[in-house]
Design a protein around this ligand. Structure first.
Ligand code: ZN
Length: 228
């Protein structure tokens, strides 16, 4: 076997750092949840049984897309097949699964988180709740993969949440956005019936976001002669 520390060293460091950040934000509690990042046909993924908020680089294992351990001394998460399934079907770059409090609460009640705020369009709009199945089973993986169709996130009934994105930073950002949106929904639903953005409103947001390159900083344009 190759020297463990040399295989996907940067990615293992990045996955451990992402876990500590998600832990600090209150999204990862104890050993619940798992995070991975892919480079080509290799995946750096959290080990089973590790406390994620304190994760170290050596608690991140490297596997191939068939789940064979390539580097690392610890057994990968029990949701390995779920992560690999997301990579195989959607060709994504990183996967974050949490039992975050608000997302999990909503997963116990809703069949779908409706598009109540325009920022949810960063996840593809409304977020489906994948029907319940036992953790670590092919049934759960299939249920979540179906719910992810055209989306960057899914809730998992009576379980938690999953986000994916081309980069690990984005997948973490999406996990934080989803948790925030679930909190907004919960507060709004306590006050009345939340309004849902219709198709036309959603399309207008997508067009405006593309036109303005939403989510990035922009330098102030130089002052034009005659415009002073
Ligand atoms: Zn879980």
């Amino acid at each position: 076997m190759t020297d463990s520390s040399s295989v996907l060293g940067q990615e293992r460091t990045a996955v451990a750092a992402a876990c500590r950040r998600l832990g600090a934000e209150g999204l990862l509690i104890g050993t619940a949840g798992n995070v991975s990042a892919r480079v080509g046909d290799r995946v750096a993924i959290t080990a089973t049984g590790a406390v994620l908020a304190e994760l170290t680089d050596d608690q991140v294992t490297v596997v191939d897309l068939d789940g064979n351990v390539v580097a690392g001394a610890l057994e990968p998460t029990s949701e390995l097949d779920l992560h690999l399934g997301v990579y195989r079907r959607y060709g994504t770059g990183a996967v974050v699964h949490t039992h975050a409090p608000m997302a999990t609460a909503l997963s116990c009640v809703l069949d779908e988180l409706p598009c109540i705020h325009y920022q949810l369009l960063a996840l593809g709009g409304s977020v489906r709740v994948a029907p319940y199945a036992t953790f670590g089973t092919p049934e759960l993986a299939e249920s979540v993969l179906t719910a992810l169709e055209g989306r960057g996130a899914a809730l998992m009934a009576s379980h938690g949440a999953l986000t994916h994105a081309p980069t690990l930073d984005k997948a973490v950002e999406h996990a934080l956005l989803l948790e925030w949106a679930c909190g907004v929904y919960r507060h709004a639903a306590a006050l009345g019936t939340p309004r849902v953005l219709d198709e036309h409103q959603q399309l207008a947001v997508i067009e405006a976001a593309i036109a303005r390159n939403y989510g990035t900083t922009h330098p102030v344009p130089p002052v034009q002669e005659g415009n002073r």
